[in-house]
Design a binder for this molecule. Structure first.
Ligand code: GTP
Ligand code: MG
Length: 179
């Protein structure tokens, strides 16, 4: 990892939630972060320099049962160490498939991040998979549920393929980096 200075914004979420795709959409690059239809694709902490001061961090996904226990433990350890020890970590984008939001591990992640005083953006990914009305309904429900984690949590619907929520994600991250 680079020196613990400047600002880092990390992308966390279950395996296959769409973290790497979101990073590519955000940076307007097709293959910056490797994406895959096979869960468990991102196995290391990947660092992308945006400016001299700002880095985006693609974290390994959690909750994928088919990864061998030893490998899973190794990632979990790396993930825990990163999240707990990183002083320059300013905000966490927690990505969840809009069709399966707020699973146990997502709630654990949100609870932990809220306790640590991080800024949190929940991005409900693959929003293109739902109709407009289903999307609004889920968004409302998740916003309500996230009140539990405090005032630092914002929730948006997002789609890497269609660009939904991309301007919102950009403006939230820009705000985190400049305040
Ligand atoms: P791991 O690295 O394994 O934890 O996965 P990840 O969270 O980085 O997911 P990734 O970006 O690799 O995407 C997983 C799958 O979901 C790929 O097949 C993507 O093409 C698909 N996907 C990602 N974002 C979207 C989206 O907004 N809409 C649709 N329809 N598919 C998406
Ligand atoms: Mg990935």
């Amino acid at each position: 990892m680079p020196e613990d200075e400047g600002i880092e914004i990390a992308f966390a979420g279950r395996s296959n939630a769409g973290k790497s795709s979101a990073l590519n959409a955000l940076t307007r690059q097709k293959r910056l972060a490797k994406t895959s239809s096979t869960p468990g694709r991102t196995q290391l902490i990947n660092v992308f320099n945006v400016t001299d001061d700002v880095r985006l961090i693609d974290l390994p996904g959690y909750g994928y049962a088919k990864v061998p226990i030893a490998v899973r433990n190794k990632w979990q350890k790396a993930l825990g160490e990163y999240l707990q020890a990183r002083a320059c970590l300013k905000g966490l984008v927690v990505l969840m498939d809009i069709r399966h939001p707020l699973k146990d591990l997502d709630q654990q992640m949100l609870g932990w991040a809220a306790e640590s005083g991080l800024q949190i953006l929940v991005a409900l990914t693959k929003a293109d998979k739902l109709s407009q009305s289903e999307r609004s309904k889920t968004l409302r429900k998740v916003r309500e549920a996230c009140l539990y984690f405090g005032e630092n949590v914002e929730v948006i619907a997002f789609s890497s393929t269609r660009g939904f929520g991309l301007p919102e994600m950009e403006s939230v991250i820009t705000r985190w980096c400049t305040e």
